[in-house]
Design a protein around this ligand. Structure first.
Ligand code: ARG
Ligand code: ZN
Length: 845
């Protein structure tokens, strides 16, 4: 069944208070709910239906009178009074056999929950929808040493604990954790002087991996006070690390639950990239306390209201903590790798979807990352001061409410007096707009002509013009900036902007800072790109100029016999690498090349069938050419980027290691791995160890180090995930499927653990030439495992199906091979709703 945004109606009853009692037992947990309902004056329909799935109802009563509800697989209904009443129900559930990791489940002997989006209905009967907000009191009876729920602790004794959350919340923010856990504790004093106890709860043995996450939490709390004026609102803030978790983390009120890979960190087991990501996710979940929890979503179609905004906030935080240009470039790389293929393929959907079968399939790059881009555009259009004012109004006006995108846009309209009706199309029109640009110069006037066009997407053939903020600067022929960044506000399908009083034709720097999530189409002369690579004052566009040169030469090399690496690109790259004034991490990004999947997409866009092997070879040749062009400079850069101070995962050190790591990759192409082997042997941190191992595997050596790595780390599951992942991501194209298959037979391949499953299959899907090996072996292997995992864990299965979303780009042979696998999955009996929806959408377009 499909649910539609347009069908929204409020629930017939308000929930005034909820009391839950859990009697924990692995296979027979009893949940007693006592709920005070009252007729909702905003609603007319008094049908009393409570969602509930996989529950065994023991008894139910209304005002103390036993009732016998009608029960379906989706929930129960019963005649209810048109007046306030007390509902009581007892259900039994089986956490130990809950392999879907949704609702109440067990991970390594520990009880934990995941309720977003619709997991609470697997815990008890309830109006499981975000617009029903209530105050929860929770009693946990069990024999575990630590038993936690949302809010503040009320009291505890031998075998029980009681929690009370004073802030009204929807059921998706409910959480319970019980287990043998130890805490890393600290405290934070809020701006108004309230002291908050902070705990990071982990399994015994993980205590040494908590310090960094705790510091990140404290920085986030301070930042949200300083930048958004948001203060924390409970006496305690608990974070729990869980090994079996479908996603990254969850912002449950006062009790955030994290995939252990997204919170546990130590220098010997985590890379610099892990540290940065952990800092960002801790911030993200913490920021949800205001953008998500205090103000939540009316319905799941509004998911971007909390996710787009919270991603935008966490990216601002990372920009403030680290390098803003490096963060912006990394985010755009990620957007192009994950969101653009989604937006331009069969899974395309609006930032605010209008229908779904399974909401878990809409926790997407479009809702999250494009949702954040839309907020970035809004901020650019109204300016920083109006943005701050609008946010203040949003918090003041909507605290305690379940809101919509209309509410969100209204605060901006009220603060600025703007009409955001056209801007709102960013929320309703899917597809990536193409922005065509041409220019002309006459009599001292320079004119840019823009034309926007958004291709048809499934269900939306015709698109209207969107508001596109185009940040532009102009650079004079001598390299001086003649026009500083200006935001052109494009609202028409075609629009021109002129700049007068120029003495010579300037070089335009268009879409600075990637001011809109669009694809720029311009026949830019190569000389202009090289000029911008040397002179652009906008760090994003300077990087983009190099990226475009690399993309063009790669596309050429992948499609034309005898095409050689572009000399201007290589010259420009060498000059940049010599510039010690540039941040090392920025230079590392400059060495990077567009992803092979992105190149395949670019060819398909031009009507050329991409050949994954030819793309792989082009990339290999260009990397060899980079190594040759940089030559001895590589050694100098490598030496200059060594860090002699004790390890710290901060921006300054990790920036140097990022450059050293990128340079080591190229050195390995010249020395066959001698330097990498030396680094591996001397490494005392995971960043150095893993970057050396990656080089060795890529060079086709490293067997001894790979075995030693396993021996050294076999007791550390998060490091062993890396061991699985690296072998597949560094595999040569023709070997990838076989290596992945062999790894699935390894004793440590615990496929029921989402991190381990993703380590192998996420890496396989990400190894472009390996995944698309002509034999089809990777397609078949992935399909086998999706079919095997689906009955146990639909969510993780469905997410992994996206590996097939770009299938129509490829040639007839590959399409036929993939079609066979998609049909095989679709024909599997009892396929989950999650996977069935994904496969049918992928096959459909
Ligand atoms: N709200 C979480 C976050 O972005 C994501 C949880 C999604 N989980 C799910 N099963 N759909 O921080
Ligand atoms: Zn989130």
């Amino acid at each position: 069944t499909t649910v539609y945004l347009k069908d929204y109606t409020p629930f017939g009853y308000l929930v005034e208070a909820v009391h839950l009692t859990f009697d924990l037992a692995p296979n027979a947990t009893r949940v007693t709910s006592r709920i005070r309902f009252a007729p909702n004056p905003e609603a007319t329909d008094r049908r009393f239906f409570l969602e509930g799935e996989a529950l065994k109802l023991i008894r139910a009563s209304i005002d103390g009178q036993q009732v016998t509800p009608d029960i379906t697989p989706e929930g129960l209904s019963v005649a209810a009074p048109d007046a306030p009443f007390d509902w009581e129900a007892v259900v039994e559930i089986d956490p130990e056999n809950n392999t879907a990791l949704e609702g109440l489940y067990m991970s390594n002997g520990m009880y934990c929950t995941q309720c977003e989006a619709q997991g609470f209905r697997k815990i008890t009967y309830y109006p499981d929808r975000p617009d029903v907000m209530s105050i929860f009191t929770v009693r946990i009876n069990g024999d575990l040493p630590v038993m936690l729920s949302n809010g503040n602790p009320v009291d505890q004794g031998e075998g029980w604990a009681e929690w009370h959350d004073p802030w009204p919340k929807p059921s998706y923010l409910f959480a319970l954790v019980a287990g043998d856990l130890v805490a890393h504790t600290d405290s934070f004093t809020t701006v108004s002087g309230r002291s908050v106890d902070l705990n990071l709860w982990v399994r015994p043995g993980d205590e040494h991996k908590c310090a960094f996450g705790m510091q990140a939490l404290k920085k986030s709390m301070k930042w949200d006070e300083d930048v958004y004026g948001r203060e924390y609102d409970l006496d305690v803030f608990n974070i729990v690390a869980v090994d079996d978790f479908n996603m990254g983390a969850m912002e449950n009120k006062g009790l955030n639950i994290f995939n252990s890979s997204c919170v546990l960190a130590s220098p010997d087991t985590s890379t610099d990239a892990n540290f940065e990501r952990i800092e960002a996710i801790i911030a993200h979940e913490y920021f949800h306390n205001w953008t998500g929890n205090r103000i939540t979503c009316r319905d799941w179609f509004q998911l971007c209201l909390k996710e787009g905004l919270t991603v935008f906030r966490d990216s601002q935080f990372t920009s403030d903590m680290r390098s803003a240009p490096v963060k912006r470039i990394s985010d755009v790389i990620d957007l192009r790798a994950r969101q653009f293929p989604e937006d331009n393929g069969p899974l395309s959907h609006p930032v605010r979807p209008e229908s779904f079968q399974e909401i878990n399939n809409f926790y997407t790059a479009t809702v999250y990352e494009k949702g954040a881009e839309v907020i970035g555009m809004l901020k650019r259009l109204v300016g920083d001061a109006a943005y701050a004012e609008a946010l203040d109004l949003y918090f003041a006006r909507h605290d305690g409410q379940a809101c919509t995108i209309e509410d969100w846009l209204k605060v901006f309209e009220d603060v600025t007096g703007r009409d955001l009706g056209q801007f709102k199309r960013w929320y309703s029109q899917p597809g990536t707009p193409r922005l065509k640009v041409s220019d002309e110069f006459a009599d001292g006037t320079y004119t840019l002509h823009f034309e926007q066009m958004t291709p048809a997407t499934p269900e939306q053939p015709d698109k209207l013009a969107q508001v596109i903020p185009v940040a532009v600067g102009l650079i004079g022929p001598n390299g001086d900036e003649v026009l500083q960044t200006q935001v052109l506000e494009m609202t028409e399908a075609k629009q021109s902007f002129s700049f007068e009083g120029l003495t010579a034709k300037p070089v335009p720097s268009i879409l600075r800072g990637f001011s809109a999530p669009v694809i720029l189409e311009r026949d830019t002369p190569k000389a202009e790109r090289a000029f911008l690579l040397a002179h652009d004052t906008d760090p994003f566009n300077r990087w983009e100029a190099g990226r475009a040169l690399a993309r063009e030469t790669l596309l050429n090399m992948a499609t034309e016999d005898g095409a050689t690496p572009d000399a201007d690109y290589l010259d420009g790259l060498v000059r940049l690498m010599r510039d010690d004034g540039l941040d090392p991490a920025y230079r590392a990004l400059m060495l990077g090349l567009p992803g092979q999947a992105e190149l395949a997409g670019a060819l398909a866009e031009q009507g050329i069938t991409p050949d994954p092997m030819a793309i792989w070879q082009a990339v290999e040749r260009l990397k060899d050419a980079q190594a040759d062009a940089l030559g001895a400079l590589l050694d100098a850069l490598f030496e200059a980027s060594q860090v002699s101070e004790p390890y710290a995962p901060d921006a300054a050190q990790s920036s140097k290691r990022a450059l050293a790591g990128a340079v080591l990759r190229l050195i390995t192409r010249r020395d066959g791995g001698a330097r990498a082997a030396a680094q591996y042997a001397a490494a005392d941190t995971m960043t150095l160890q893993l970057s050396a191992l990656a080089c060795l595997l890529q060079a086709g050596t490293g067997g001894a180090q790979l075995a030693a790595f396993y021996e050294q780390w076999q007791a550390d599951r998060l490091v062993i995930d890396k061991w699985f992942m690296l072998q597949v991501s560094e595999a040569a194209p023709e070997a990838a499927a076989a290596i992945a298959k062999k790894l699935t037979k390894h004793a440590d391949f615990n496929w029921k653990n989402p991190n381990r499953f993703r380590a192998v299959f996420g890496a396989l899907a990400g190894n472009h030439a390996g995944f698309h090996a002509a034999s089809g072996a990777s397609y078949a292997l992935l399909a086998d495992w999706l079919i095997q995992l689906d009955p146990l864990n639909p969510q993780t299965t469905a997410r992994m199906c996206a590996a097939f979303q770009t299938w129509k780009r490829y040639g007839a042979d590959r399409q036929a091979l993939i079609a066979t696998q998609l049909e095989r999955i679709a024909a599997t009996p009892d396929l989950s709703r999650d996977t069935a929806e994904m496969i049918s959408r992928i096959r459909g377009a």
